[in-house]
Each structure stands twice: as structure tokens, then as C-alpha cells.
Design a protein around this ligand. Structure first.
Ligand SMILES: NC(=O)c1ccc[n+]([C@@H]2O[C@H](COP(=O)([O-])OP(=O)(O)OC[C@H]3O[C@@H](n4cnc5c(N)ncnc54)[C@H](OP(=O)(O)O)[C@@H]3O)[C@@H](O)[C@H]2O)c1
Length: 251
């Protein structure tokens, strides 16, 4: 349950090695979250991250691969078995991929789309069902401006984020009245491991700034937050540009 100040006692991070996800967890632990679950593929990296949180929160590591379609419910059950009720689940799973390579390799593209949309969405269905039964809980979904209007330069990742964003909004609507809420976070370019090989895009931000905005949005009870805030207005304009103009601007 949340404490009197609204801080969740138990926080689960799907994509337990994510720079953004760990920054959000850091803020929540500093605010008083007591139990943390880092779920992901890379056991050594998860153990290292858990060690960093170890002195401030009781931290568990759980094996999770979003592309393992047979295990979405089993992973959620395993987490519940370890920590009990899930107060807050953050989904930070995603793969940017190399667009040029993927355009020529449908199998590589399918893996990225699976990891960035199908797998996270299926896992969140299992999370939502568990929270519905609990009668409370919050879900944070890391979406992206890349899904708001998909660009030719990264349409494979962008389309997966568009799918995940639509899924998260619909899930939030479907859960109204159950005690379960969904917050969709739409960052612009974030300097993280995912983008370390790229030059900054306009309005580039940091995992820490995304974390601050996310925690504030949770406190306010928002259902969508853009980070930084200005990208909301930039995307509102870009979204309505004629395609021919958008194609030139966003190449
Ligand atoms: N960085 C940006 O500019 C930006 C902007 C907008 C939105 N986002 C979104 O924010 C989220 C976090 O990204 P980030 O910047 O923190 O990048 P990151 O550090 O690379 O985090 C991505 C996470 O996804 C995990 N992951 C990938 N495939 C997985 C799979 N099949 N099963 C389980 N976990 C898997 C990675 O785990 P491994 O360690 O095992 O690879 C990692 O924990 C992503 O959803 C991303 O799309 C990022």
C-alpha cells in the first residue's frame, strides 16, 4: 500500500537495468519506498543494481525476458510470491535497435518490436489482473515521443512505442473504478545507455529529470506526463503537419 504521503511500499521495475527506471526507483526509495524488485535478463547487472539500492531498500532480483511469451503471468506470480501486493509497477523495457539493419532484417525487427511492445504489453496485462484482484496499484509505462508521430528514420521502434502508448492509455481507461491507475510517461530524447551512441536531439534530457517528472506526476495523480514539458507542444504541432512537410522536417 502507499504510505500517508502517497509513497508506494513495494516497487517493481520491469527492465531492472534501465537507466530511466533505476532513476525513478532511486527517487521513490529516497522518498520512503521499502521494497524493490528488479526484473530483467542480465543477472550480473541486476545484482549490481540491487547492491546499490541494498542499503536503502530490501531489493529482490527476478529473471524476466519480455519476449518469453509463455512466462508473463508466471513472472508476475513469482514477484507476488516474493513481496506480496504490488503497489507500483514501472515498465521500462524497450530496445531502440538499428533501424537500417532492421529494415533489411525482418527477424531483427520482429525481436525489437516484440521486446518494445508485445512483451511489455502482455506482462502488463498480467500485472493489471493481479492489481485488479488486490483492488489497488499503479502502473507506470515508459512510452516515448517517438510513438506520438512515427518518423521514417526510426519507424520500427517508433511504431512499437505507438502501440505500447495506445495500449497503456486503453488499459488505464479499462481499469477506471478498479482502484488501479496507469501513468503514461512520454520522454523526448534521454541521455541513457539506449542513446549513448547518438548525438543529442533537441530538448535532450536525463534519466534523473524523467524520474523527477514521473514522481511528481504520480503525486498529482496524472495519467500522462511529457518530459521535458515542452515536447508536448512540439509534438502537438508536429502531429498536425501535413505528411509531406513532416517527412522533410523529421527525416
Ligand atoms: N533513452 C531515451 O531517449 C528514451 C526516450 C523515450 C523513451 N524511452 C523508453 O524508456 C525506457 C527505458 O529506456 P532507457 O533509456 O532507460 O534505456 P535502457 O537503459 O537501455 O533500458 C532498457 C531496458 O529494457 C530492457 N530490455 C530490453 N529487452 C528486454 C527483454 N526482452 N526483456 C526484458 N528486458 C528487456 C533492458 O534490459 P537489458 O539490460 O537486459 O538489455 C533495459 O533494462 C524504454 O522503454 C525506452 O523505450 C527511452
Amino acid at each position: 500500500m502507499n504510505d500517508a504521503l502517497g509513497v508506494p511500499a513495494t516497487v517493481v521495475l520491469l527492465g531492472g537495468t534501465s537507466d530511466i527506471g533505476r532513476a525513478i526507483c532511486g527517487q521513490l526509495v529516497a522518498a520512503g519506498a521499502q521494497t524493490l524488485v528488479l526484473a530483467g535478463r542480465d543477472g550480473a547487472a541486476l545484482d549490481a543494481a540491487a547492491e546499490r539500492f541494498g542499503s536503502t531498500a530490501k531489493t529482490h532480483v527476478v529473471a524476466y525476458d519480455a519476449r518469453d511469451d509463455g512466462r508473463h503471468t508466471a513472472v508476475v506470480d513469482e514477484i507476488v510470491g516474493r513481496v506480496g501486493d504490488l503497489d507500483l509497477v514501472i515498465c521500462a523495457v524497450g530496445v531502440l535497435g538499428d533501424q537500417q539493419r532492421m529494415a533489411a532484417d525482418p527477424q531483427a525487427a520482429a525481436q525489437v518490436m516484440h521486446a518494445s511492445y508485445v512483451g511489455p504489453a502482455a506482462t502488463l496485462l498480467a500485472v493489471a489482473e493481479r492489481m485488479r484482484r488486490q483492488g489497488h496499484g499503479r502502473i507506470v509505462v515508459l512510452s516515448s515521443v517517438a510513438g506520438e508521430r512515427v518518423r521514417a528514420a526510426n519507424f520500427i521502434y517508433g511504431s512499437a512505442k505507438a502501440g505500447l502508448d495506445g495500449f497503456a492509455l486503453g488499459l488505464g481507461d479499462a481499469l477506471v473504478g478498479t482502484g488501479v491507475e496507469v501513468l503514461v510517461v512520454r520522454p523526448g530524447f534521454v541521455r541513457s545507455r539506449m542513446t549513448a551512441h547518438l548525438d543529442d536531439a533537441p530538448f535532450a534530457t536525463t534519466p534523473e529529470q524523467v524520474a523527477v517528472a514521473t514522481v511528481r506526476a504520480l503525486e498529482r495523480g496524472d495519467d500522462v506526463v511529457w518530459v521535458p514539458g515542452i515536447v508536448r507542444w512540439v509534438m502537438a504541432a508536429l502531429r498536425h503537419l501535413p505528411r509531406s512537410l513532416f517527412r522533410c522536417l523529421a527525416a
